[in-house]
Design a protein around this ligand. Structure first.
Ligand SMILES: Cc1cc2nc3c(=O)[nH]c(=O)nc-3n(C[C@H](O)[C@H](O)[C@H](O)COP(=O)(O)OP(=O)(O)OC[C@H]3O[C@@H](n4cnc5c(N)ncnc54)[C@H](O)[C@@H]3O)c2cc1C
Length: 270
């Protein structure tokens, strides 16, 4: 897992297009040869507001996409942006998903995690691997990237908490059932931390290699400020991750237990 770029200066990019995914989620399109690897992220700076990390949802060497959920102050401001507005972009940063040609890869996602996993699926297909996509959400309206994944013509499994579409329950239950039929070479996951922890345990019990997109509160994005240092390793998630192997993550007491806010205060998962 390599770090691709340590450039610390933002470039100014115009928003080429905006696609509305659902009332709380938009995809922002930028025309720029980012040269990212699947799983990496960029820092998006909105002058006068804030700078925040977002995963790359698509990158064909010509344009790249960021799929952003409106959850607070900074993302509220990003949602006010229109086509033609300009933002600052730094990156790509962090580690990426690694796999080999011919491998069967389970891509498990929850929430906006479906967007970066779509990027992984596209790259996997280009490299001659076989991706199997799993998306879980609270209800049908929150299932992101369903149509785009369907258009890739790969196996797609859905779950919703309320049963409005797909399996009623957790996406990990669907993954386990599929594992009775298919011997995956790798399992990757991006989504809520507790879901990823469950995926990591399933992979370990079934002796399948596993990597996860770990998210911690990030400020600089390139390992200088120390904000996203993960207990007890002392490593910054922005450089050691965000993509990390389960074999490494499983020994970190912070993972799946709590996260820290901008001031470093702990918030325990319930
Ligand atoms: C590597 C990485 C990739 C990400 N990719 C995406 C993505 O593709 N799409 C997406 O919608 N969101 C993504 N996020 C989360 C996104 O950065 C936060 O949702 C966003 O910064 C919230 O800012 P806010 O001011 O609107 O909300 P706030 O009210 O400040 O926070 C809402 C939530 O977002 C978290 N958050 C806030 N600031 C940060 C930060 N600087 N770093 C990490 N978490 C933060 C808070 O802990 C809180 O849980 C990613 C985060 C990381 C670390």
């Amino acid at each position: 897992m390599k770090i691709r770029n340590l450039d610390t200066r933002p470039i100014t990019l115009e928003i080429k297009d905006i696609m509305e995914e659902n009332p709380h989620t938009k995809t922002f399109v930028f025309e720029f040869p980012l040269s990212s690897e699947p799983g990496q992220f960029v820092m998006l700076w909105l002058p006068g507001s804030d700078e925040k990390p977002f995963s790359i949802a698509f990158d064909d060497g010509n344009e790249f996409w960021l799929t952003i959920c409106k959850v607070g102050e900074a993302t509220d401001k990003i949602f006010e942006l229109e086509k033609g507005d300009k933002v600052g972009i730094r990156g790509p940063y962090g580690t990426s998903y690694e796999f080999e040609e011919g491998e069967k890869i389970a891509l498990v996602s929850g929430g906006y995690g479906a967007a970066p996993m779509f990027n992984v699926a596209k790259r996997a297909l280009e490299k001659g691997a076989s991706p199997y996509f799993f998306i879980g959400a609270r209800n049908e309206d929150l299932l992101l990237y369903r149509k785009r994944v369907k258009d890739l013509d790969i196996p797609l499994h859905l779950s919703t908490d309320d049963g409005s579409v797909g399996h009623k329950g957790y996406i990990t239950e669907v993954l386990l059932k599929e594992m009775d039929e298919i011997q995956f070479d790798r399992i990757f996951a991006c989504g809520p931390e507790l879901m990823m922890k469950a995926v990591g345990k399933i992979a370990e019990e079934n002796k399948v290699k596993c990597a996860l997109s770990v998210e911690k509160y990030m400020k600089c994005g390139f390992g200088v400020c120390g904000q996203c240092t993960i207990d007890d390793s002392g490593e910054c998630v922005c450089t050691k991750g965000p993509v990390m192997d389960w074999d490494y993550i499983k020994n970190l007491p912070e993972f799946g237990a709590y996260h820290r806010d901008a001031q470093g205060n702990k918030h325990y998962f319930r």
